[in-house]
Design a protein around this ligand. Sequence first.
Ligand code: ADP
Length: 376
Amino acid sequence: MPQKPELTSKDLFALLVSQVSEFVIVLVDATGLFISWNPGVESCLGYTAEEFIGKEFDLLLPYSDRACGAGERELKEATEKGRASDTRWLMTKNGERIWVDGVTLALRDNSGQLLGFGKILRNVTARLGMQQELETANQKLQGITHELERSNEDLEQFARIASHDLSAPITSTRWLVDALRMRHGSRLDPDGQLMVEQISQSLERMADLVDAVLAHALVGTSAIAGSELADAEDAFESAIKNLRKDIELAKAAISHDPLPRLQIEENALAQLFQNLLSNSIKYRRTDVPLSIRVTAVREMSMWKIGVHDNGMGIEREWFERIFQPFQRRHGLEIAGTGLGLATCKKIVTRAGGNIWVESKLGSGSSFFFTLPGKTA
Ligand code: ADP
């Protein structure tokens, strides 16, 4: 029976190197000549062993690198520091440029005598291409985001200016209609008086709309998700104060859990409470006393705040739509602009949270919003 040859670990290692074709693994002698070859040289660079062994180390460098002594510098750095980066452009035998990632190591004997150099590298041109594509895509994305932010700012500025400029003629027309009613009202016949009344109501509605557009446009002009924590108790109290008359008129019973400190600008939070509470008051049922409860539940790093009422409720198909600007489920029989919930959504999303409704028609609604925050 033939004897099995004894392989040392050195032999096994040489076998491994001789079979790796994805990596270029070569030896260079101390004078800078290639003295060994592995199949990676042929698969990555196109040279056979005969064409490669004994050639100058900088055979693989592009002409411009060769001319400025890049090969020598690399060997000098490896000699001085033990290793040198070999991440660079190389030329294949047929003149193609490839981007390689690798290292050149100085090889020394036990006494420190330099024996030569080992080079290990691989072709990463495809990765470079992908990186470049990624960078280009990233730059494009940044451009689009920038453009979007700019056009958003333009739009908000336009809405602010338009609504601000519209306020002045509305105010003066309201003043003129009041004067007309007071000074000349008695001279108008009933038809004329009704017309004046209708003009006055339309002006009120127009003024409400302009205010609502302005409030919506102003969301985000200050840092909503400000670094300061807002005390939700204070914001809630300020909303209640602004709605005092409506609350008294509706005889609403309002209760609330202890409210936390939330990562949002306080005025924006007060506006959020005010819009939700005023809706609960507006869309109440006349057959039951209005009751509103505000709850606060901690969910990981967020707080979930709920505003629950026992009012008219909303059909499921309106759950999403009512948060879009000018989407009203109710008609003009209940005054409104259709912007209250859209403004709430803008406030909450800009502060990093979510807002939604759960409701049953005829028995009440629960509006929930989440915001990052702390326990009070
Ligand atoms: P507005 O109240 O000015 O119409 P909103 O954006 O605040 O505008 O609300 C949009 C619509 O959502 C309202 O027209 C109303 O139909 C419905 N809605 C909002 N809040 C409630 C509520 N608490 N109960 C019932 N319906 C509501």
